[in-house]
Design a protein around this ligand. Structure first.
Ligand SMILES: Nc1nc2c(c(=O)[nH]1)N[C@H]1C(S)=C(S)[C@@H](COP(=O)(O)OP(=O)(O)OC[C@H]3O[C@@H](n4cnc5c(=O)[nH]c(N)nc54)[C@H](O)[C@@H]3O)O[C@H]1N2
Ligand SMILES: Nc1nc2c(c(=O)[nH]1)N[C@H]1C(S)=C(S)[C@@H](COP(=O)(O)OP(=O)(O)OC[C@H]3O[C@@H](n4cnc5c(=O)[nH]c(N)nc54)[C@H](O)[C@@H]3O)O[C@H]1N2
Ligand code: SF4
Ligand SMILES: [Mo]
Length: 762
């Protein structure tokens, strides 16, 4: 983008794009009236994962950084619903006091934590651990618990943790309900996809009802009926089993449960499943054989199936397809990545081992309770209901299912505290809004580090000074913990003195403090921030807690970290890694694995892959009797509520002007469906679901499968020009989704499968 520049344009500075999980390295020039605009943005050649790549969205991050949406003063809600600006001392004292009162009266587990980071800012989640621990908070959730928890349960049972895949080197690339051309999710997505598609020796397989940008270049497009993936994947696994394409020797060496699993597929009617899935049987057989016979398969499932019917089961069928054909732990296939900060807690003991929420007993997977259960856990007279909620870097009033019910739940809380850079839909409902410095005004990092065999971590230093009156979440949590009387100043002083004396002294002092008072361990992030934050290079104070992270990671993954050049005794290697992270303007390779490492990382009880997940067999076996998903007379269409488009980025950018085209986020619809509804291209229509109605503008598209309509994600945000009233642009999809439409097991929503109807409007 270009902006009028009264200020001399700065040198190129390194940072990362924050608009999707890839966090591509970028270089930025600052300029504009106060030198605070990100006037030019380009891909960073020095970033070892993105290697100069950036998509069209990165050039528009200034719309996130600057604008009237930015908050600069803490706000306290009045009885009449308006807000008063208050000073920081008052804000911290009152918020800490009210949180402590909830803890003292109802217990810390009456306060829920939601968020902790969006696509590129995961340090807040680390610092908040201290606040949560002091308050005795036990429950948390985040957007991951409305998409990834089903997959995580399956991966946890089968492999002891998440897997990712090596698309760069795969022979076959398989995408299930995922459109990386627009949503990315793998580094340099378009380059990698094009390479697979162009190479006659490689095959790109896409499972999607839409002719997406990715499907368009695919070798095989399985244009599944919306919601038909469970039948489709069952058919694919059945082909592998019935045609004896199972990798028996490989499985004998690495996996248990083959004999238990295969009978569930040996009698399946492939023809019937294909018919229900709406895909030609010959094509399904071709795809299944191609996967089974390939030297390597990389695969990725995403929202098209994770926010859809049978989502946990589909994740299981996907893993079975890949594992029964042996595509794990080799170049071009699936692997278990290393991690500096694990995103999920473990899953031990299957469903029976899962902790449960207090009111409805919803499963807590990887430490996260289902987002869809949040209202149920608030709107109840159960003694153990949630009464307080801290939202940090998330926007549940907009992003979670059933907006009206979510708002009702948020309004029923005794205390809602929202920590954000912007006045969001959630912030408007808060008792206190605590504004923070933006991701370009503090040190930040992403914990979405999934690459293999080389894995990367990027500490981004602040690009800009913090807006007057603002500071980071690290500072905020330090102040909250201090106000709660839990941060021992002697410990801070001792650690600071030790850091100045040298790293060996510091390690000794740190370990000594933790031994003397094990309670201090939970405070480590804020303790480190207070002690050494001010001593770190300019713009990197918030990286302080990573010192502890490096120490833990170097013990757990010593060999991988050593291969990346951080060798020697674990504590010293950790310090060397920490220093390298802080010194490098771009990402650093923190671990290097060999392919065999993936097998060593299979963290099941006996270290072998476990193919059987008995909890899911009943649902699997019942598929045979389940009819194909069809519309009703009332709702003949299926709405995908929240498709990724060129200019959508969750709710990270609020100003609709960042979209040159499709400003209102059109409803895409097949011409035949439109003709039936009497709707024309560009015309207005009323879109209705069981939950609500919205006025939409229609775009006719023969890329849609008849019967399937779609709306983009992240629209319907309110935004006011300087001084003007806020205006809402586009449809907020969750006004149309319902809370109960969710996976029976993981509780993940069916946002891609909302029964709907469309009526022309004058
Ligand atoms: N541009 C952009 N990129 C983003 C984001 C963004 O907001 N904008 N958000 C990021 C985030 S948080 C995430 S989680 C990812 C999500 O990334 P994706 O999951 O790739 O995104 P979606 O477009 O929501 O859904 C993917 C596909 O599912 C298909 N689909 C719909 N119904 C079905 C079905 O029944 N079966 C199958 N097989 N497919 C179906 C849709 O047609 C769509 O092409 O994107 C990330 N990247
Ligand atoms: N119907 C439907 N709903 C969906 C989806 C869908 O496809 N359909 N997609 C879902 C998916 S996959 C996801 S991941 C979620 C996302 O849902 P959420 O994680 O709840 O929301 P985000 O839109 O990512 O919100 C990020 C928030 O962080 C704030 N923020 C940005 N920078 C900072 C910072 O430095 N500090 C703090 N404290 N805050 C900051 C932004 O202003 C914004 O309010 O939406 C989900 N909702
Ligand atoms: S792929 Fe994602 S992180 Fe990379 S430039 Fe595009 S939006 Fe930003
Ligand atoms: Mo997401």
């Amino acid at each position: 983008m270009s902006l009028a520049t009264d200020h001399p344009v700065s040198d190129w500075k390194h940072n990362a794009c924050i608009l999707c999980e890839c966090n591509c390295g970028i270089e930025v020039q600052l300029g504009g009236p106060q030198g605070r605009n990100l006037v030019r943005v380009r891909g960073d050649d020095a970033h070892p994962a993105s290697r100069g790549y950036a998509c069209e969205k990165a050039s528009r991050v200034d719309y996130y950084q600057n604008g009237p949406h930015r908050l600069t003063r803490p706000l306290r809600r009045r009885a009449d619903g308006g807000f008063d600006e208050i000073d920081w001392d008052t804000a911290i004292r009152e918020v800490a006091g009210k949180l402590a009162a909830l803890r003292d009266t109802h217990g810390g587990s009456s306060i829920l934590y939601y968020g902790g980071g969006g696509q590129g800012n995961h340090l807040p989640g680390l610092y908040s651990r201290a606040t949560r621990a002091v308050l005795g908070m036990r429950y948390q959730s985040s957007a991951l618990a409305q998409e990834k928890t089903g997959e995580f349960f399956v991966a946890g049972c089968m492999l002891g943790g998440i897997t990712r895949s090596d698309f760069e080197h795969c022979e076959v690339g398989l995408l299930i309900g995922k459109n990386p051309w627009l949503s990315h999710g793998i580094p340099r997505a378009r380059v990698t996809l094009r390479e697979i598609a162009r190479d006659p020796a490689r095959t790109l397989i896409v499972i999607d009802p839409r002719l997406t940008e990715t499907a368009e270049i695919a070798d095989l497009h399985l244009r599944v009926q919306p919601g038909g993936d469970a039948h489709l994947l069952t058919a694919m696994v059945a082909v592998v089993v019935q045609e004896d394409l199972v990798a028996r020797d490989w499985l004998a060496a690495h996996a248990d449960g083959v004999a238990e699993v295969l009978p569930h597929f040996s009698a399946v009617s492939v023809a019937e499943c294909c018919a229900k899935a709406g895909v030609d049987e010959a094509l399904v057989r071709q795809a299944a054989r191609c996967i089974a016979r390939a030297g390597s398969v990389a695969s990725f499932e995403d929202l098209g199936v994770q926010m859809n019917r049978h989502s946990t089961l589909v994740s299981y069928l996907h893993k079975l397809l890949v594992l029964l054909t042996g595509h794990f732990g080799k170049k071009g296939a699936a692997y278990r990545p290393s991690s500096l900060v694990p995103l999920f807690g473990g899953v031990n003991g299957g469903a029976a081992g899962l902790k449960r929420t207090p009111v409805t007993g919803a499963p807590i997977i990887g430490g996260l309770m289902p987002c869809n259960s949040i209202p149920d856990e608030i709107l109840s007279d159960h003694a153990q209901r949630f009464r307080g909620l801290i939202v940090e870097s998330g926007n549940p009033a907009h992003s979670l299912a059933d907006g009206p019910r979510m708002r009702q739940a948020l309004a029923a809380l005794d205390l809602l505290v929202v920590i954000d850079v912007a006045m969001t839909e959630s912030a408007r409902l808060a008792h206190y809004v605590l504004p923070v410095a933006s991701q370009f005004e503090k040190a930040e990092a992403t914990f979405f580090n999934f690459e293999f065999p080389n894995n990367y971590f990027h500490v981004r230093r602040a690009l800009l000074p913090q807006l007057d009156g603002l500071f980071s979440e690290a500072e905020l949590h330090a102040r909250l913990v201090e106000a709660l009387g839990a941060l021992p100043q002697e410990a801070v002083a001792a650690l600071r003195a030790a850091w100045e004396a040298g790293r060996a002294d510091f390690r000794r002092a740190f370990v000594g403090l933790m031994r003397a008072d094990p309670q201090l361990e939970v405070l480590a992030p804020v303790l480190l921030y207070r002690a050494i934050g001010p001593l770190l290079p300019e713009g990197s104070a918030e990286a302080a807690a990573l010192w502890g992270v490096c120490q833990t990671a170097s013990q757990k993954q010593m060999a991988s970290i050593a291969r990346a050049g951080f060798d020697g005794p674990a504590p010293e290697a950790a310090d060397a890694l920490f220093d390298a992270l802080l010194a490098s303007p771009s990402a650093v390779v923190f671990s290097i694995d060999d392919w065999a490492e993936s097998f060593q990382r299979v963290a099941t009880a006996n270290g072998r892959i476990q193919l059987a997940i008995p909890e899911l067999f009943e649902e699997l076996d019942a598929l045979a009797a389940e009819p194909a998903p069809t519309g009703s007379a009332e709702f003949p269409l299926v709405l995908s509520a929240g498709e990724r488009r060129s200019f959508t980025a969750n709710t990270i950018i609020r100003n609709p002007a960042w979209r040159n085209k499709d400003r209102n986020g059109a409803l895409r619809m097949h011409p035949d469906d439109a003709a039936r509804a009497g709707v024309v291209n560009g015309g207005a229509a009323l879109l209705s679901t069981g939950r609500g109605s919205a006025k939409v503008l229609v775009e006719l598209s023969d890329r849609m499968r008849p019967g399937h309509v779609s709306l983009p994600n992240g629209q319907g945000l309110d935004y006011g020009e300087e001084g003007g009233p806020p205006q809402v642009t586009g449809v907020s999809t969750n006004e149309l989704t319902s809370n109960e439409d969710r996976d029976w097991f993981a509780g993940t929503p069916w946002h891609k499968h909302v029964p709907a109807r469309v009526m022309a409007l004058e």
